[in-house]
Design a protein around this ligand. Structure first.
Ligand SMILES: [Zn+2]
Ligand SMILES: [Zn+2]
Length: 253
């Protein structure tokens, strides 16, 4: 198994899983990494392969950071926590979501109502095959241990960008000009015909209006490399990417 790992900039890797991305931040020395998101449950072998390909290992993951607790991002978090004792951190508003005290994810019924849209049927077939309907709650998810930059490889700064889910967070690497945007801002999706910065289709957002408002928070972040939860890396000012997604979102309505 070889994972699709792209080296984006100093110690920063974007990995394309089966339909979803994750990010690895590696220290200059040694094998310690921060893993941001973990793909679908069915992507586990690719997660493990990607760690090996950057010269790391599951034991060397200092922490798993999750942008939001949807099944295509949370997939292997509980596996890593249960097997290796890796701490799993999220925004405090997302912690109960990761425990599955509640679920803010599109239902199969809602997706099927949209199945006439291009790409939706193949997407849901893939999601089912990747165990996207399996609920794999995290046993003891934790809120970030501190404000501001986290004391982890890459020194990521969580940025609360609610709407897609209540506790959705982007992660900013100010020194490298990188924004890891999760599902608050993507650059493509199998159910979208548009390429480039955009929001996911409406049905995927818990609160669409808040998701649109959070684009203004992303627009304030200094950076020119956008690593989204879905789609390829986007090069160019993150501010402009957020503005483009906002324009498109307002036009679609
Ligand atoms: Zn999502
Ligand atoms: Zn997603």
């Amino acid at each position: 198994m070889k994972a699709d790992v792209r080296h984006v900039t100093d110690g920063t890797y974007l990995v394309h899983g089966s339909n979803t991305n994750w990010v690895i931040l590696k220290e200059k020395e040694g094998d310690a990494v921060t893993l941001i998101d973990t793909g679908y449950p069915g992507d586990r072998e690719q997660v493990l392969a990607s760690l090996a390909q950057v010269g790391s290992s599951p034991e060397a993951v200092a922490a798993v950071l999750i942008t939001h607790a949807h099944n295509d991002h949370l997939g292997s978090a509980e596996y890593l926590r249960g097997t290796h004792g890796t701490p799993v951190y999220l925004h405090e508003a997302e912690v109960p979501h990761a425990r599955r005290d509640f679920l803010q994810q599109v239902s199969v019924g809602a997706v099927l109502k949209n199945s006439w849209r291009p790409g939706v049927l193949p997407w849901i077939v893939h999601a089912i095959r990747s165990d996207g309907l399996a609920q794999l709650p995290v046993g003891t998810p934790q809120a970030f241990p501190r404000q501001g930059a986290l004391d982890l490889p890459g020194r990521p700064v969580p940025v609360h960008t609610p709407g897609h889910t209540d506790g959705h967070c982007a992660y900013h690497l100010p020194g490298l000009g990188v924004v890891i945007s999760g599902d608050a801002l993507v650059s493509g999706h199998p159910t979208s015909r548009i390429q480039g910065p955009q929001l996911l289709p409406d049905m995927f957002h818990h609160e669409r209006a808040r998701t649109v408002a959070s684009l203004d928070l992303l627009a304030e972040l200094d950076g020119d490399l956008l690593l989204p939860g879905h789609g390829p890396v986007h090069q160019g000012p993150v501010r402009e990417a957020a503005h483009r997604a906002r324009e498109l979102a307002l036009k679609v309505r």
